[in-house]
Write a protein that binds this ligand. Structure first.
Ligand code: MN
Length: 262
């Protein structure tokens, strides 16, 4: 039987020539979450509620209810999450083709180490494209910032003081440019949200949300292990739950990489 593309891929997975990397933050009651200031209302955190554990309510089985906001932990933002995308797709309506694609990893670790409020610029993306080629149609642009190392502590992860939350993000003009001049599927970040911590004070406020979700693109947050991906050449699989009417969903995010190229 002749090899198909899928059989070649599966052979490489089985042999270990391809490696699967989990980009997801484990989901528990301790997973860091966004804390909106008053008067805004926050989502609930994730929690497990035991219903049975091989006992009277279910003698042969263990199962739980889950309680969670949509935008908790590693999660996808769907277009309807933002007022600019209000007529767009909810999370169940996203074409699944757009949830698998090339990963483009842009490393801002050095800039963010010097300045936690660092904002990605158009020049940063153009420099990346000069080295690695144009952002591919359908690609997920993943910002590596080193922020995942703070994920064990919500205080360190949110990095807030009297002047706000100091976490990296994307400059206003770069958010608009990426959303309108590149045919990418979405933006993935290591931080709690796709916008910078201080982005509520930008014009427009929360420019990644504004421009990406308003231009039928997606957001993806709280990613880990981006340092294990090559700048190009990895495949990303994003798997939000198809919540009907949902504005987002906790998501398992996987990458497939060439073992030698990782
Ligand atoms: Mn969100």
């Amino acid at each position: 039987m002749p090899a198909t593309t899928i059989s070649t891929f599966l052979t490489a997975l089985t042999s270990g020539d391809l490696e699967v990397i989990d980009l997801t933050t484990p989901l528990s009651a301790a997973t860091p979450a966004l804390r909106l200031p008053e008067p805004f209302v926050n989502l609930i955190d994730f929690s497990l509620e035991e219903v049975s554990a091989y006992n009277e309510p279910g003698p042969f089985w263990r199962h739980n209810n889950i309680h969670t906001g949509e935008h908790i932990g590693t999660h996808l933002d769907a277009p309807v999450h933002w007022i600019t995308g209000r007529d767009g797709d909810d999370v169940s309506q996203i074409p699944v083709q757009r949830l698998i694609g090339p990963a483009a990893v842009l490393d801002l670790t050095a800039q963010v180490a010097d300045n936690p409020d660092y904002l990605l610029t158009i020049a940063d993306v153009e420099a990346w494209e000069t080295t690695y080629g144009p952002l591919a149609p359908g690609a997920w642009l993943l910002l590596r910032t080193g922020w995942e190392s703070r994920g064990g502590s919500e205080a360190e992860f949110l990095n807030a003081d009297d002047t706000g939350s100091h976490t990296p993000g994307v400059a206003v003009d770069a958010a608009e440019w990426l959303a309108t001049q590149r045919q990418i599927a979405g933006l993935g970040v290591e931080t709690v949200g796709v916008d910078a911590g201080l982005a509520g004070g930008f014009d427009p406020a929360f420019p990644v949300h504004n421009h990406f979700l308003g231009n039928d693109k997606y957001g993806l947050t709280s990613l880990r292990n981006l340092g294990r991906l090559p700048a190009t050449g990895a495949l990303i699989v994003v798997s939000p739950l198809p919540i009907v009417g949902g504005t987002g969903s906790p998501s398992r995010v996987l990458a497939v990489v060439d073992k030698a190229g990782a």
